[in-house]
Ligand binder design. Structure first.
Ligand code: FAD
Length: 393
């Protein structure tokens, strides 16, 4: 583990801090600001902010300059993740594209795809969504049934029929990277064969997007119905019929991406919860102190894991199935932390009149989802047992 940054990386930190300290309006950091405005308005505000940030040179930190990036190092990207969290900068509107698709594209995409897809993704001009899960295919992703068949007219298009579910940002999506069965039959051939990752245009008559409402009141994900939707065969990532390998690579980015940014955010959350416990005179109670201490220890472990990951990435090593361990660690630490919030507040956690508490309650509810998306914790434990530790099935 290397615990240092280079002078150039520290200079980048200074430059970024100076930009962030003036570019983020103070009211954006006020409790309840984002939950107090309509979802669509918040999305457009964040999109504009992201565009401005890209124009100022603070986006695609580690991407090559020919694709609109800054051409920085993995260390600069880690610094970026940390400083964005420390300054409470708004979340990206294009996380599915930037965090999952872009690194996959960088690894297996054609030169033409990189030049066409990456610059508009960076500025939020094209919003990407992920079409993996289906009603009968979640943990068992290879059970997916969405089908793409060649048209009879020889146009080179595929006609796509099926349903996707839990599609984050579906209502804002311009394009979807979707797993579609384009060859073979799951029942007769290997379940992983004949799947393609298609890059589907969402703005067409055959794509119907329906938002789903969550317990928090937000509707951040959707069902997507594909009825005779079209996608050119050439619009695939990693080769037609080779989508399973592409999807596994993409999921390693989804599970293990930025533990350093996550640590920074969770540590700020811990401070907020500890402060709340003090304000409510609960911090001296044995149970609460014990929980806060446990949470802090877990977060410190996450910090050192994040340094280990950064060292691996800088050395050009692939996270592979080890990403499942990272996912287990950060999602576990995060959920325990927000369980402590509930322990401290009890029924008062639902006090929506206090904007501070209401904002924290939103995060507490969101934390429940982190052991599900990107592959559930139970399934990640299976992956670690079989693929990392080599235990028998
Ligand atoms: C906030 C959020 C955002 C999401 N965004 C997207 C998105 O943008 N695009 C997308 O495609 N999907 C998305 N998903 C879906 C997510 O990938 C799936 O929910 C996840 O893969 C689990 O699938 P499932 O919900 O069908 O649960 P199931 O697979 O039905 O699992 C149900 C339960 O059974 C357990 N289980 C299943 N199989 C095993 C096993 N072999 N061993 C032990 N336990 C097992 C699971 O751990 C789980 O507890 C999102 C989910 C959430 C919560």
């Amino acid at each position: 583990v290397d615990l240092t940054f280079t002078p150039a990386e520290e200079a980048f930190r200074t430059e970024l801090r100076s930009y962030l300290s003036t570019a983020i309006p103070a009211q954006w950091r006020e409790p309840g600001f984002w939950s107090g405005i309509p979802e669509a308005e918040g999305f457009e505000l964040r999109r504009d902010w992201e565009r401005g940030k890209a124009d100022a040179g603070f986006a695609g930190i580690q991407w090559p300059t020919e694709y609109g990036g800054r051409g920085g190092t993995a260390g600069m990207k880690a610094i970026y993740d940390v400083e964005m969290r420390r300054h409470r900068a708004p979340d990206t509107v294009n996380s599915l594209g930037l965090v999952f698709l872009a690194p996959t594209l960088m690894a297996v995409g054609s030169e033409e795809q990189k030049r066409e897809i990456l610059p508009p993704m960076l500025r939020g001009d094209v919003i990407w969504v992920q079409g993996f899960s289906e009603p009968g295919a979640g943990s068992d992703l290879a059970a997916l049934r969405c089908k793409g068949e060649p048209t009879a007219d020889g146009s080179g298009d595929l006609v796509i029929n099926g349903q996707k579910i839990w599609t984050t940002n579906g209502m804002h999506g311009d394009r979807m990277f979707a797993l579609v069965r384009t060859g073979g039959d799951a029942a007769t051939t290997s379940r992983h064969a004949g799947i393609s990752m298609l890059l589907i245009d969402m703005d067409q008559p055959g794509v119907d997007v329906r938002p789903l409402r969550q317990m928090s009141g937000a509707s951040e994900f959707c069902e997507v119905f594909l009825t005779d939707a079209r996608c050119p065969e050439t619009e695939n990532l990693g080769g037609l019929g080779n989508g399973w390998a592409t999807a596994m690579l993409l999921l390693s980015f989804e599970r293990g991406s930025s533990a350093m940014g996550q640590y920074t955010e969770f540590r700020l959350d811990w401070d907020q919860i500890a402060q709340l416990a003090r304000r409510r005179s609960r911090s001296r109670e044995h149970g609460v102190r014990q929980r806060l201490a446990n949470d802090l220890v877990e977060l410190e472990c996450l910090k050192y894991l994040s340094w280990h990951i950064l060292t691996e990435v800088e050395a050009g090593r692939d996270l592979g199935f080890g990403a499942s361990m990272t996912k287990l660690q950060w999602s576990g630490a995060y959920q325990h932390l927000w369980e402590t919030f509930h322990e401290v507040l009890g029924p008062d956690a639902s006090d929506c009149d206090d904007p501070d508490i209401a904002a924290m309650q939103q995060v507490a509810m969101w934390s429940r989802s982190t052991s599900i998306w990107g592959g559930s914790s139970q399934v990640q434990r299976n992956v670690v047992a079989e693929r990392v530790l080599g235990l028998p099935r």
